[in-house]
Structures are given as structure tokens and as C-alpha cells.
Ligand binder design. Structure first.
Ligand code: 1CP
Length: 354
């Protein structure tokens, strides 16, 4: 009965897991740890499994999704699994012509920039992503006492890929639409909120214990623009999944000035990148919410002692906070030594248990 993490196999114990307790700001035996992008290219077993299989194709195969999701749980002993997928999967599922190009990321064949283009964003039905339901069921059966985090891209970040047609540094077409046609922009984000909410519901109903809404690129906006042009759509997503009672995590990069506002959108846990110390992040987020983060992923390229010193800084900043989930400030970088991640998990567990 080899559970991936050696955690309890009784699903009743799931809600008592360190990760879910920390999300609820309850006392924990140790600080829970997971890593954004913990599955993926840093793991040789992932690269082997993905050989000759396109990223989107792998996301539609429950057997592969299950195996890839479990790999970092087995290897690192992290406190939560994150469902292996990509933020563009629900868009692909409703028929948007897009692909994930190796070394580039999501590329959209015909960008969405006009009112007529909106018609291509029809609502998502659970039947469009039956492979997700199947994979989540397989995973939760395998994971036992380890929680599974479902996720989706937030409306702004999805809009950026759709309007730009691919990854973008400056989001210029996206912002041109946001400032130039606020009504079309609001309708676009509202449609995306509906699709995102439906996609999260599928994962929760199939057994996900928590959800994370990635607004990776929203840090490109000022607080006033965030409140006016983005928060209503993100709030719609959080409101839609609130009745399930599972913790809702919200994260973006470079969001130091937005942390409080992102919490107000309806998150129970707010993730911070490494640019703001965790105690200051918690102050900005305010009471009643847990905090996730925030080791710079590049720190993992430094010698072991330096990694531990920087992990100490995160743990020290988190002292006295109610509810801390240790994570990186963004995803695992592809060239990261997986051994360094495994060592970091043990280090955080041991140090925080003392
Ligand atoms: O072929 C490959 O292996 C492509 C690399 C890859 C992988 C492994 C992509 C393309 N996506 C993924 C999986 C993925 N994407 C996961 C599951 C892995 C895990 O966390 O363990 C998750 C959570 C995502 C989510 C995702 N995709 C985000 C939000 C998180 C973040 O990093 O900010 C974003 C912005 C994307 C878009 C995307 N997909 C892939 C790439 C390279 C990118 C970024 C492109 C860009 O810079 O805009």
C-alpha cells in the first residue's frame, strides 16, 4: 500500500492534510509545500513519458495526466498534487484553434479582437472535457490522503493569449482593446469567466480538493485598471465556485501592488512572487486569508546552503502568520535540478516542524 507521499490513505484524512489545514488557517504539524510547475521538464521521467507526444495531446489522455501529476508527488514528497494540464485546455475544448508550441507556449491561430470574434468563445459543457473528469477521478483514487489542486487561467491572462495570439511581453493588443473598447473587453472577460468557472467546477465535482486561479500576467496592470477592468470577471469565477467550499487560491507574477485587491476578488489564499517579503505580502493581503509563496525559483540554482538560507528567510517572514503554504514565487524553471527540489521539501518540513 505505497501511497505516493506516505500520507494517510484514508480519504477521510484528506481534509486534515497539512495543505488543506493551512489553506483554512488552522494549525499544522509542518508547513506544507508544493511547487507551481512541479510536473514538467525538470523531471527526466516526465521528459521520457512525453517523448513524441504533443503537450495538448498529453493533456487529453487521462493515463498520461495521472502519471505525470503523480511523478513529483512520488519523487519530492510534496504536500499537494497539481492537476497536469495547461490554462489553454478549456479554450481548445470549446474549439478555439490553438496549439502549444515547444519552446514558445500557447499560440492562437486567429487572435480574438472584434465583437464577431467573441462568437468563437461558446460556453464550456462538462462533456467537452470528459477526459478531465476521468483523470481527476483516477488521480484522487491514487492520491489517497494527498490533496489534488485543480486550476484554471484567470480571465485576464487567458484574454492576453487570445488577443495577442501568443505569449507577449507588453500585452499591447490586449491593453489596446481594454482601453479602446471597454464594452467589448468586459464582454470578452465575462465569457472567459464563464468558461473558467465551468472548467473549475468540472475538476471540483470530480474530486479536486482546492483550486488555483492563475492570473500570471495581471501584474502588468495598475491597481485602478485591475479594479475596473479585471476584478469583476475574476470575482465572477470565485463566486461561482464558492458553494463547493474548497479553498480558492489566486496567484499572479509581479502583483505586489495588487495583492490586497486579488484577495478581495474572492480568494481564500493569495500567492505572492518573490519581489515582496512574505510578511509584507501578508500585510497587504490583510486578515482572514492564507498566504502562499514565495522563494525565487532561480534560488534553486545556488548551492544547497544558499537555498536553505533563502528558504529560512521565507519561513522566518511567515512566522506568526495564520496559514502559510510554502511555494516558489513562480513555476519551477525547466533546468532546475530535481534533487534540489526534493531537498527543499525535506528542509521546509523539518525546519517548520521544530
Ligand atoms: O511541451 C511542454 O512540456 C511545454 C511546457 C508546458 C508545460 C509542462 C506548458 C506550455 N504548459 C505546461 C503545463 C502547465 N501549464 C501546468 C502543469 C504543471 C505543473 O504545475 O505541475 C500548469 C499549472 C500550467 C499553467 C500555465 N500555462 C500558466 C500559468 C502558470 C504560470 O506559469 O504562470 C501559463 C501562463 C501557461 C501558458 C504556457 N503554457 C506553456 C508555456 C511555456 C506557457 C507560458 C508561455 C508564456 O511565457 O507566455
Amino acid at each position: 500500500n505505497d501511497r505516493p507521499t506516505g500520507q494517510p490513505s484514508n480519504p477521510e484524512d484528506l481534509k486534515d492534510s497539512a495543505f488543506l489545514r493551512a489553506c483554512r488557517r488552522e494549525p499544522v504539524p509542518h508547513t506544507p509545500v508544493w511547487f507551481m510547475r512541479q510536473a514538467g521538464r525538470s523531471l527526466p521521467e516526465y521528459r521520457k513519458l512525453r517523448e513524441g507526444i504533443g503537450m495538448l495531446d498529453s493533456c487529453m489522455r487521462p493515463d498520461l495526466v495521472t502519471e505525470i501529476t503523480l511523478q513529483p508527488v512520488r519523487r519530492h514528497g510534496v504536500d499537494a498534487a497539481i492537476y497536469f494540464s495547461d490554462i489553454v485546455v478549456p479554450l481548445k475544448a470549446i474549439g478555439v484553434e490553438l496549439d502549444i508550441k515547444p519552446g514558445v507556449g500557447p499560440v492562437v491561430e486567429r487572435p480574438i479582437r472584434t465583437r464577431a470574434d467573441l462568437e468563437r468563445l461558446r460556453p464550456l459543457e462538462p462533456g467537452d472535457v470528459s477526459y478531465v473528469t476521468e483523470a481527476v477521478r483516477m488521480l484522487t483514487a491514487e492520491l489517497g490522503g494527498t490533496p489534488l489542486i485543480g486550476f484554471a487561467g484567470a480571465p485576464f491572462t487567458l484574454a492576453s493569449y487570445l488577443v495577442e495570439g501568443g505569449p507577449s511581453r507588453n500585452h499591447e493588443h490586449t491593453k489596446a482593446l481594454m482601453y479602446g473598447d471597454p464594452e467589448l473587453w468586459a464582454d470578452l472577460l465575462d465569457r472567459l469567466a464563464g468558461i473558467t468557472a465551468a472548467f473549475l467546477k468540472v475538476q471540483i465535482e470530480a474530486g479536486a480538493s482546492a483550486v488555483q486561479l492563475f492570473d500570471s500576467w495581471v501584474g502588468a496592470l495598475s491597481p485602478a485598471d485591475y479594479v475596473r477592468s479585471v476584478r469583476p470577471a475574476s470575482a465572477k469565477v470565485f463566486d461561482a465556485v464558492a458553494p463547493y467550499g474548497v479553498p480558492r487560491i489566486h496567484f499572479g507574477v509581479g502583483t505586489g501592488e495588487l495583492l490586497g485587491l486579488m484577495g478581495e476578488a474572492g480568494a481564500d489564499v493569495v500567492g505572492a512572487d518573490w519581489r515582496v517579503p512574505l510578511d509584507e505580502a501578508a500585510r497587504r493581503i490583510g486578515p482572514g486569508k492564507a498566504v502562499q509563496g514565495n522563494l525565487d525559483p532561480a534560488v534553486l540554482f545556488a548551492p544547497r546552503e544558499a537555498v536553505e538560507t533563502q528558504a529560512d528567510r521565507v519561513l522566518d517572514a511567515a512566522k506568526g502568520l495564520e496559514g502559510h503554504i510554502f511555494n516558489l514565487g513562480h513555476g519551477v524553471l525547466p533546468d532546475t535540478d530535481p534533487e534540489a527540489l526534493t531537498r527543499l521539501v525535506s528542509y521546509v518540513h523539518e525546519r517548520s516542524a521544530r
